[in-house]
Write a protein that binds this ligand. Structure first.
Ligand SMILES: Cc1ncc(COP(=O)(O)O)c(C=O)c1O
Length: 340
């Protein structure tokens, strides 16, 4: 076993050729950041400091151009979901598009909620505002992932979104993939006190394993966030990685540019093969095909993708955009499956 294989074994990484199932970045953060961060392990016997937590809030506020008091950090968006489920529960209904981020759905059921969903219809996958407004009125709060997972599409326009925000109910807008499309409603945070916006360092910042998730909150939502609790959830090594990544954030531009370029190339190649690859504003692609058990058959070739038939119906998979070599292997494997 070589050194790299030993490390992969240590972290339990699957023995495969292509990991395209969780919308991770195929690129890592710059090496200097990794080296500097690993030096801090010398002090891992101490708890993380409040100062470090506040520095991340400050650095992200600078990046997102919002006030620092509005920025919160947690290890995983699911913890923010839980804050909402916990604080706003009255009738036990939450409104969201269908399909939506599967972890949100799981968490909703776990917290005793029923989802009042609105179906996103092909090929546009847009939210129909009037029906959704009715759903939101009946719900304790609403969640919208824009771009949406797993369709990859932008599902709501600013005008429609503001109609929802004006209801003065908590609205949780998930912009985890914002950097791939530059589409954001973050400026509305000043106008709507019940608005919350999710961001993450898991995608273009290439830090999925560090679990750094961000919530930006309007005035009323800020009141329910408790810094003393939130700050104790993150480890020093994760906070250090977040700090160095945000301080040296120039690298994300290259990540965005490469992945957007690779995504368009993949969409073109997949459609050329006669499968349907949908437009995407993210680092993943929704694909429809009539090949039976496509996800399973790709797995036999060492490629992991996400089977989303449980959300979309038979024939749909979601594939992350990898680096050039991995994507070429994916396309080559698809071709082989079609020819077999
Ligand atoms: C819509 C959406 N929100 C959030 C996340 C995950 O964010 P985090 O890694 O910060 O928990 C994902 C991950 O795939 C996602 O698709």
């Amino acid at each position: 076993m070589n050194e790299d294989e030993k490390i992969l074994k240590l972290i339990g990484f699957p023995k495969i050729k292509a990991k395209l199932d969780q919308n991770e970045s195929p690129f890592n953060v710059p090496e200097e950041i990794l080296n500097q961060a690993s030096e801090t392990l010398k002090y891992i016997n101490y708890y993380p400091t409040e100062k470090l937590y506040d520095e991340i809030r400050y650095l992200y506020s600078e990046y997102a151009k919002v006030d620092v008091e509005k920025v919160w950090v947690a290890p995983g968006v699911d913890l923010f979901f839980d804050e909402y489920f916990f604080h706003f529960k009255s009738k036990g209904f939450v409104a969201s598009p269908r399909p939506t981020f599967f972890l949100f759905e799981k968490e909703a059921y776990h917290m005793g909620y029923e989802i009042i969903g609105i179906k996103l219809k092909e090929p546009e996958f847009k939210i129909e505002i009037n029906s959704f407004l009715n759903h939101v009125k009946q719900a304790d709060f609403c969640y919208i992932d824009n771009p949406n997972n797993p369709t990859g599409n932008l599902i709501i326009e600013r005008e429609g979104f503001e109609e929802i925000a004006k209801l003065n109910k908590p609205v949780l807008l998930d912009e985890a993939y914002y950097e791939f499309c530059n589409n954001t409603f973050i400026d509305l945070i000043e106008n709507y006190e019940y608005l919350g916006i999710i961001r993450t360092l898991s995608k273009v910042f290439c830090l999925a394993g560090a679990r750094i998730s961000i919530l930006i909150t309007g005035k009323e939502i800020s009141k329910i966030m408790n810094k003393d609790i939130l700050r104790f959830r993150l480890s020093t090594i994760s906070l250090v990685l977040a700090k160095l990544a945000l301080e040296n954030r120039k690298y994300i531009h290259e990540v965005i540019q490469k992945l957007n370029y690779e995504r368009e190339k993949m969409i073109y190649e997949i459609n050329k093969l006669g499968l349907k690859a949908y437009k995407s504003y993210t680092n993943f692609i929704l694909i429809y095909s009539e090949i039976d058990n496509l996800a399973e058959r790709l797995k036999e070739k060492g490629i992991l993708v996400k089977d989303v038939s449980f959300q979309m119906g038979k024939g749909y998979i979601r594939v992350s955009v990898g680096d050039e070599k991995t994507n070429e292997y994916f396309i080559k494997s698809l071709k082989e499956l079609l020819e077999s």
